[in-house]
Design a protein around this ligand. Structure first.
Ligand SMILES: C=CC1=C(C)c2cc3[nH]c(cc4nc(cc5[nH]c(cc1n2)c(C)c5CCC(=O)O)C(CCC(=O)O)=C4C)c(C)c3C=C
Ligand SMILES: [Fe+2]
Ligand SMILES: [Fe+2]
Length: 325
C-alpha cells in the first residue's frame, strides 16, 4: 500500500518491424502481422490460403530488398527511433518505468508489460498512432488484454486511443514543417500523406479517415495555409480491395499535369520514420512525381526523437501522474 500518487509505468507501442532485412526474417514478421484478424478482415480460411500460397511466397523477398535500402547500424529505423523516443520519455524522471514494445515481432508487448508490472502500480498504454484505427490501435489493446488475461493481479491499465487533437502534437508537426521551410524554402503544395486503410473499415465505423482529415486541417491552419496550398492523400495500399482515396501515388502523378511541380510531403500519422516513409514516400513516390514532370520533391521527416515530440507525448501522460496511489 502506498499513499500519494501511484507509481506510473508507460508502455509505448509501435507496429513492429523484422529483426533483419532478410526474406526469412521478413516472412516471420509478415506472417504474424498479416495473420492478425484486425489487420485483414476477410474470412479466415480464404485468407489463410492467400497468405500462405501467394503473399508469403512473393512479398518477403521484395520487402527484404526494400528494408535493406533503409537499414541502419542500429537495425530498422522504426526500432531505433522508437527506442530514442522511449529514452527521452524516461529522462523526464517522473515515471516509475518507460518501455517500448512492438505489436508484431520484438520486443513483445507481453515481455515489456511484465517488466513494467514489477516496477509500477498503474500502467498507461500509449500506441504511437495519433489517429485511431482498429487495425493498429485496436490490435494493440487486444494484445495487452491477452497478456492481462494470464495475470491474477491486474494493475490499473489505461489505454490512450488517439491523440490527433492534442494541441502539442499538432504544434510539434507544424513546427517541424516551419523549420524545414525556414531552411529550404516553401513548395507549391504541401501534401499530407497518411497510411491507407481498406475503405470498408471506415464504412463499418472506423474513425480513422475523419481523424486524418482533422489532423491535416488543423496543421494547415497552424501554418496559415489556405485550402489551395495543401492536399491530403493515403499511401501504402495493400491488396486488391478499394482503400481510402485519393491514393498518394495517383495524386503525385496528377500534380505536375496541373502545373504543380514543387511539392513537400509530410506524414503526420507516422510517429517515427519507417519503411513506409523512408522508402515508399521518400524514394519510390519521389521517382513517380519526378517521372510525371515534377521538378522538386521533398520529404519532411517524421517527429522521431525531436524534443517537441517527447514533450507532446509526456503531455498526454501527465494526467495519469496525478492519479491517487
Ligand atoms: C500508421 C498507421 C498504420 C495503419 C493504419 C496501417 C494499416 C495497415 N497496414 C497494412 C499492411 C502493411 N503495413 C506495412 C508496414 C507498415 N505499416 C505501418 C503503419 C500502419 N499500418 C508502419 C509503421 C509500417 C512500417 C513497418 C516498418 O518495419 O518500417 C506492411 C509491411 C511492409 C512491406 O512488407 O512492404 C504491410 C504489409 C494493412 C493491411 C493495414 C490495414 C488494414
Ligand atoms: Fe501498414
Ligand atoms: Fe509500403
Amino acid at each position: 500500500m502506498n499513499s500519494g500518487t501511484a507509481r506510473l509505468g508507460v508502455l509505448l507501442v509501435n507496429l513492429g518491424t523484422p529483426d533483419a532485412p532478410t526474406p526469412k526474417a521478413v516472412r516471420r514478421y509478415l506472417r504474424e502481422f498479416l495473420s492478425d484478424p484486425r489487420v485483414v478482415e476477410i474470412p479466415r480460411a480464404l485468407w489463410w490460403l492467400i497468405l500462405n500460397l501467394i503473399v508469403l511466397r512473393i512479398r518477403p523477398r521484395r520487402s527484404a530488398h526494400a528494408y535493406r535500402t533503409i537499414w541502419t547500424d542500429r537495425g530498422s529505423p522504426l526500432l531505433a527511433h522508437t527506442e530514442d523516443l522511449r529514452d527521452l520519455l524516461a529522462a523526464d524522471g517522473r515515471f516509475a518505468g518507460v518501455e517500448f514494445a512492438m505489436r508484431y515481432g520484438n520486443p513483445s508487448i507481453r515481455s515489456k508489460l511484465e517488466a513494467l508490472k514489477r516496477q509500477a502500480e498503474t500502467i498507461v498504454i500509449l500506441p504511437l498512432y495519433p489517429q485511431y484505427s482498429a487495425a493498429t490501435t485496436g490490435s494493440v489493446f487486444d494484445a495487452v488484454c491477452d497478456t492481462a488475461k494470464s495475470w491474477r493481479h491486474v494493475p490499473g491499465l489505461h489505454f490512450i486511443s488517439d491523440y490527433y487533437r492534442a494541441p502539442a502534437y499538432l504544434e510539434a508537426v507544424a513546427s517541424s514543417i516551419r523549420s524545414f521551410w525556414q531552411a529550404h524554402g516553401r513548395p507549391d503544395r504541401l501534401l499530407f500523406s497518411f497510411h491507407g486503410l481498406p475503405k470498408r473499415c471506415v464504412d463499418r465505423g472506423d474513425p480513422y479517415a475523419g481523424q486524418c482529415q482533422h489532423t491535416a486541417r488543423e496543421i494547415a491552419a497552424l501554418l496559415g495555409l489556405n485550402d489551395e496550398e495543401w492536399l491530403l492523400a493515403y499511401q501504402s495500399r495493400f491488396g486488391r480491395a478499394e482503400w481510402l482515396k485519393p491514393y498518394c501515388i495517383d495524386t503525385l502523378r496528377e500534380l505536375p499535369v496541373q502545373g504543380i511541380r514543387r511539392v513537400d510531403v509530410v506524414c503526420p500519422g507516422f510517429a517515427v520514420d519507417c519503411l513506409e516513409t523512408l522508402e515508399e514516400i521518400a524514394v519510390t513516390n519521389r521517382g513517380e512525381f519526378l517521372g510525371a514532370g515534377g521538378e522538386c520533391y521533398r520529404y519532411i521527416p517524421a517527429l522521431n526523437a525531436r524534443p517537441e515530440h517527447a514533450k507532446a507525448l509526456i503531455g498526454l501522460l501527465e494526467p495519469y501522474l496525478a492519479l491517487p496511489g
